[in-house]
Design a protein around this ligand. Structure first.
Ligand code: CUA
Length: 420
């Protein structure tokens, strides 16, 4: 009889594809992706990874031991002949004191080997270690559909409250950070795979976690609990900076919204402009959510560049028109721009939105073009988002409340990008 699935060729092919798949999982896609929990960059994630390995090795040991005994018994005592198949079963016995005590003790031992490091890890990850408590930096992260607000309780701004930013959490590197977890609406979950997590943000229940980035860098985070239409699009970034850079960042963030004047632009344009041979306008992939090659290759460098304004590239009149439109189109009702007209708290604080590498909760790279696309059709990138549903249109009637033409969006983008 011909059995195609038992043919040696088919089996060889299957084995090879499985081996290749396993190798791909182990090397490329799995162990060092941007959100890999195997590529740990801080003590909390490292303790979680350590615990994973303890559990993995203990259960692997059990699997191999039980599996080999089973395989031995199956092969050794299999029916070889037709007589074997019809043989009388061997004499049956009941109970064996040493086997029973031995198996129970072995199981208890395995559980204890797992339980001790588990409890240690639970205590360690629960709170900043007492010795470092004094040095810890405090942040309050608030989830809402579908973005993250980050507040800095130790950085109070007179007449405003704590410094607030959105979707890009900037922290000091090499220092424990205590993160208070809150939510405005449903349950969200805070997770930065390379640093720490995940802990839920639960309504009316203050939660917290701590994390530490050992080195300055750019880390990926995301909401890890289903929270509605755009849960998968609720992402964030953590940017860890050396102490001096962190202090400088804080000082700049506390400034009110930047104002670009024609004088600044004229002065900057008097400077000679360098243009390198490799400079090409309009480079970058067109795919729905892709970032530019430079950003994808080195997001941390891209973030640093984003902090520095370039008045030579700015248009003071267009920016002023954008600021006016931000008011007229009622954007101010939901967004704060400190020192300017915006006072709303429903949406992200935009005082320094031009200095972020991403918009729309980490979904799009923050380039003028992307911001234009986002403002033209936010529902396309983040279905169900409240800027569109409730802001741009009335969800009850479907009536359009805010209309923006291309020229108006250009002005808004110029304004928002100027807020460094
Ligand atoms: Cu927020 Cu899922």
């Amino acid at each position: 009889m011909f059995r195609p699935f038992a043919s040696p060729r088919f089996l060889r092919l299957t084995h090879r594809s499985l081996a290749l798949l396993g190798l791909a999982l182990l090397t490329g896609c799995w162990l060092d992706g941007p959100q890999s929990t195997f590529d740990v960059q801080g003590p909390v994630a490292r303790s979680q990874l350590h615990l994973f390995y303890v559990t993995l090795w203990v259960t692997a040991f059990i699997f191999v031991t039980v599996g080999s005994v089973l395989a031995y018994a199956t092969l050794r005592f299999r029916a070889r002949t037709s007589a074997d198949e019809h043989a009388e079963p061997p004499p049956q016995s009941h109970g064996n004191f040493f086997v029973e005590v031995g198996l129970v003790s072995a199981s208890v031992l395995c559980l204890v080997v797992i339980a001790i490091p588990t409890l240690k890890a639970i205590w360690f990850t629960y709170d900043v270690p007492a010795a470092e408590k004094q040095a810890a930096y405090e942040i309050t992260a608030t989830g809402s559909q579908w973005w993250f607000k980050f507040e800095y309780p130790s950085e109070q701004i007179t007449g405003v409250g704590p410094l607030a930013t959105a979707n890009e959490l900037v922290i000091p590197a090499g220092r424990p950070v205590q993160v208070n977890l809150r939510t405005l609406d449903v349950v969200h979950s805070f997770w930065v795979p390379k640093l720490a997590g995940k802990v839920d943000m639960i309504p009316n229940r203050p939660n917290h976690l701590w994390l530490e980035a050992e080195r300055p860098g750019y880390y990926y985070g995301q909401c890890a609990e289903f929270c509605g239409d755009s849960h998968a699009l609720m992402r964030f970034r953590v940017i860890a900076l050396a102490p001096a850079e962190f202090a400088a960042w804080l000082a700049n963030q506390k400034q009110t919204g930047r104002v670009v004047t024609p004088g600044m632009v004229a002065a900057a344009q008097k400077q000679p402009r360098l243009m390198f041979a490799s400079w090409k306008p309009g480079t970058g992939p067109d795919e729905a959510l892709a970032g530019s090659p430079a950003f994808d290759a080195n997001p941390f460098e891209a973030w640093k560049e984003k902090q520095v304004p370039d008045p030579a590239d700015e248009d003071a009149a267009l920016i002023a028109q954008g600021r006016r439109l931000f008011q007229e189109k009622t954007c101010i009702a939901c967004h704060t721009i400190r020192g300017h007209e915006g006072v709303g708290v429903t949406g992200p604080d935009l005082t320094h939105v031009g200095a972020r590498t991403t918009i729309a909760a980490g979904v799009l790279e923050n380039t003028p073009r992307r911001m234009h696309e986002w403002l033209a059709d936010p529902n396309h990138f983040k279905p169900g988002n409240k800027m569109f549903n409730g802001g741009f249109i009335d969800p009850a009637t479907g009536r359009r409340l805010i209309n923006l033409n291309n020229a108006e969006i250009n002005a808004l983008v110029a304004y928002l990008q100027s807020l460094k």
